[in-house]
Design a protein around this ligand. Structure first.
Ligand SMILES: [Zn+2]
Length: 767
């Protein structure tokens, strides 16, 4: 699976037989710290695999290398044994694995190549897997043979950061291939790529609290005013440019190990509109023009003093589109950010066409294009976020477009991010070698980390959620109406996780992992509990959890508190703003009235006629029940709820805290005969008054709206006095209907109604 570049033939070398070492490990004179680490890493893991002690011997030249040996690193002895390998030409992360006459060479360029050679060898030939910093798999075999090897490999991305908290461990990173700085990797483990500043550094470089008063002209001119609020810098100002050059040099002197300095826009809009900035942006087709012109200037000025440092900037939100004629200098890195994209589909899906065009554009003009990609739901790290099967396609797409560095931002603030362990490992492997089969990697992780028995239902869960989200625009922040959070899907998901827990029941460690991974589905239930309860009843479903949300929330909180001595089992926080599980559960509060107990009586197939229209001629009437309407923000603005007083025992509930048209019967839901001719339209509504509300206060409105002519055909506002008790049929108006007509009901939002309940809309032929 790992050896994409491996051309091995069946002949073999035996490293150990029946638990006895058949060769020694050779450490060479002049070995660097990471090369010494590589020697220890190999000896230790070969012992764990085979049970044999492998002696480590020092060698300086050909004569001191034993006949059967694993030679570590690019020293003189290695070069003498393998004269045809240009060891001094290997890149800093490039390595070779070679066998010849009873000897194996594991060596790479400096600083990290040799350690990578050993860790890849242990994975590919030894079957070792470092799933997480706390979970390693070392297969045991007393006899270890390897095929002839002739491998030379260098990862295609120079910068690889799967930014998931589960992978925040220097040793895990060194073993799996990430080389970013969060957290930093020590020199003994090969070091890492160090940034000075990382994101949104315009103001840290030019703090407005220090400079705005004396140099307002250094900041954005917006609507005729220099401002520091939601703004950027005046990037064309020559004095500002030179000031930033001096600040960048200052920063780099503070951080001698930094190889990249971030000169990046603030996390807001607010590009400068002054004539000079605007002239550049107009000529370049957008605000990336003034940013690249500015960053090029900085990069040129610092290059003589800092030839090994690149200046990094963003193509982010308002600067995502590349400039027409400007070209980033060779010592400039552009980080293109995918924040607006649909992560359910690959980034080359038609729904992401604008991003793909920008990726293609930058890849043509930028020497060092990096990507800042988003792989979690920042609105809630723990909720299901079915992007698992697009990760591989996206990493391959980046490679295809010549991208040189990838930052995959995930749940980075704590443990418990949904499938965080899987994503950290799979992304690390894909960034190391994008040609691997991502679905096979996912399966391998599930089998290894959760155990093969539990892996089966978990894999079915991934497929279920992925399938249910087809066609949905999966943003990197929570959206209502996610189709994979319906009762039907979540009930199946819950059943699969219960199966997975059963399957892991005899392995306490794996059971802890499964229970933790189960939390996202539980959280999806907690989040939409009343709606899911009602939907379960509507669909005659079987509720898979306790009936009480309070008790389910207690179970959730207990698992999320974690297991003593295992920090990685503590789930926190739930979202980027820092919300804790304890606070979230406390805010859920007690059970919602009407969600407990047995299901309410079923919806009547045939609704009762309205009591207050008894005298009217109901022949030919059209009865549009609550379930015909489109609801906006279900569960928040509107929701179908049981109501014994409603004609079919169901009505749409809306809180009196908004005035949105949250109940809309769209043109497509009207029966054919109601799309033409003259109709008297009634809304059958019940209002639950707020305490102390006055009879003259408006409580809801209703109307007929023609989408074709964009005109209101009729509308009605009802006050509390007219709303009365119980359901009343309110005459909305009489209208000449056409196929573009929709009918809406909205609360009045002034607090007079606690809630507004819509039973049905009735259309009577106007005779
Ligand atoms: Zn300006």
């Amino acid at each position: 699976m790992f050896g994409a570049s491996c051309r091995s033939v069946p002949a073999s070398m035996t490293l150990a037989g029946s638990g006895k070492a058949h060769c020694v490990i050779v450490r060479q004179a002049g070995a660097t710290a990471p090369e010494q680490t590589a020697v220890k890493e190999l000896a230790e893991h070969l012992r764990l695999i085979t049970g044999a002690q492998f002696a480590v011997e020092d060698a300086t030249d050909l004569s001191s290398v034993p006949k059967d040996a694993i030679i570590i690193g690019p020293g003189a002895a290695a070069q003498a044994v393998f004269p045809d390998v240009a060891l001094d030409k290997l890149g800093p992360e490039e390595f070779v694995m070679r066998t010849k006459g009873g000897r194996l060479l594991l060596a790479g360029g400096r600083p990290r190549g040799t350690l990578y050679a050993v860790d890849r060898f242990l994975q590919e030939q030894g079957g070792v897997r470092w799933w997480t910093p706390w979970a390693t798999n070392v297969p045991q075999r007393a006899t270890l043979r390897i095929p002839n090897l002739n491998v030379r490999y260098q990862p295609p991305f120079e910068y690889r950061e799967p930014y998931w908290f589960a992978g925040f461990d220097p040793l895990w990173k060194a073993r799996n291939g990430p080389n970013g700085e969060m957290p930093q990797i020590s020199a003994e483990l090969g070091g890492c790529i160090i940034y000075k500043g990382f994101a949104h550094t315009f103001y840290p470089l030019v703090p407005p609290e220090k400079y705005f008063a004396t140099h307002p002209e250094w900041y954005s001119l917006i609507n005729g005013q220099r401002t520091r609020q939601n703004a950027q810098l005046c990037l064309s100002n020559p004095e500002l440019r030179n000031f930033v050059v001096s600040r960048v040099k200052e920063w780099l002197r503070e951080a001698p190990d930094a190889r990249i300095i971030s000169v990046t826009q603030n996390d807001c809009q607010g590009a400068c509109q002054c004539p000079n900035c605007k002239a550049i942006d107009d000529a370049e087709g957008g605000p990336s023009g003034s940013v690249i012109a500015f960053v090029n200037y900085i990069a040129e000025k610092i290059e003589p003093d800092f030839p090994n440092v690149a200046v990094d900037t963003f193509a982010y939100q308002y600067t995502r589109h590349p400039p027409k004629t400007l070209r980033p200098r060779p010592n400039v890195i552009v980080r293109l950010c995918s924040i607006e994209c649909n992560f359910r589909a690959p980034l080359d899906d038609p729904s992401n066409a604008a991003f793909l065009a920008d990726l293609a554009g930058w890849s043509k003009i930028c020497h060092r294009l990096y990507i800042w990609d988003y792989t979690t739901d920042f609105g809630n790290y723990v909720l299901p976020h079915p992007n698992w099967f697009t990760l591989g396609a996206n990493v391959r797409l980046f490679q295809q477009y010549g991208v040189r560095g990838v930052f995959e931002q995930g749940a980075y603030q704590g443990f418990g991010g949904e499938m965080g362990e899987l994503r950290a490992w799979v992304l690390a492997q894909l960034l190391w070698n994008p040609r691997q089969d991502d679905r096979a990697l996912i399966q391998e992780f599930l089998d290894g980390y959760y155990g093969q028995a539990a892996a089966q239902p978990i894999r079915r869960y991934l497929d279920l959620m992925y399938g249910a989200s087809k066609g949905f625009y999966l943003a990197c922040y929570t959206r209502p109406n996610a189709p994979f959070r319906t009762f039907k899907v979540l009930a199946q998901a819950e059943a699969l996780w219960q199966q997975a827990e059963k399957a892991a029941a005899n392995d306490p460690e794996k059971l802890i992992r499964v229970r933790m991974a189960h939390l996202p589905v539980r959280l999806a239930f907690l989040r939409d509990w009343p709606r899911l309860r009602y939907d379960c009843w509507e669909e005659n479903g079987v509720w898979p959890l306790p009936e009480s949300r309070e008790s389910a929330a207690g179970e959730f909180a207990e698992v999320a508190r974690g297991v003593p001595g295992k920090p990685w089992t503590v789930v926190n926080p739930l979202r980027e703003s820092g919300l804790t599980v304890a606070k979230y559960v406390a805010e859920l509060g007690p059970d919602v009235p009407g969600t407990l107990g047995p299901p309410p009586p079923k919806r009547l197939a045939k609704a009762r006629p309205p009591a207050d229209l008894k005298g009217a001629d109901l022949r030919g009437a059209v009865d549009l029940q609550d379930d015909v309407a489109n609801l906006a923000k279900p569960g928040e603005w509107a929701e179908i709820r049981p109501d014994p007083a409603a004609s079919d025992r169901r009505a749409v509930w809306m809180p009196g805290t908004h005035k949105e048209w949250a109940f809309v019967i769209p043109p497509g839901r009207l029966p054919e005969k109601a799309r033409h001719g003259r109709w008297r339209v009634y809304a059958v509504v019940r209002v639950e008054p707020a305490a102390g509300a006055k009879p003259i206060a408006p409580v809801f409105s209703a109307g007929i709206y023609d989408e074709t002519s964009r005109k209101s055909l009729a509308s009605l506002t009802v006050n509390l006095g007219a709303a009365g008790d119980g359901y009343r049929s309110h005459w909305v108006g009489t209208a000449e209907m056409n196929p573009g007509c929709e009918i809406y009901v909205a609360p009045a939002a002034d607090g007079a109604a606690k809630s507004v309940w819509v039973d049905r809309v009735l259309l009577l032929p106007a005779r």
